[in-house]
Design a protein around this ligand. Sequence first.
Ligand code: SF4
Length: 107
Amino acid sequence: MSDATQYMVWIDQDLCTGDGICEEIAPDVFVARDDGLWVVKEEASHFDTTTVFDGAEGDGHGPEGSRGVARIPSSLIEDTIEAAEECPGECIMIEPYNADDVANRGA
Ligand code: SF4
């Protein structure tokens, strides 16, 4: 994966085992939800504001509920790939994204 390509990540909640390995590897990309499943986020240290894709409504929460996708900071792509490789549920999905689509998602 080249640095010029932008990637997003999301978690298939149906397969998450709730062990938290993803957050141990990439704490700026993954975070635990109250129900014991993990979700993705965009941290303010990498983006303008922190957005958690946890299914909650309002400021600081992304659209599309817990199936929302977070952009991966270029500096954390390798860590995010490692998290996906180590994920026992094989439920961390990494995909290239169209920057225009993300800009229009209404977050
Ligand atoms: S590593 Fe995978 S299975 Fe484990 S909490 Fe993270 S997303 Fe869920």
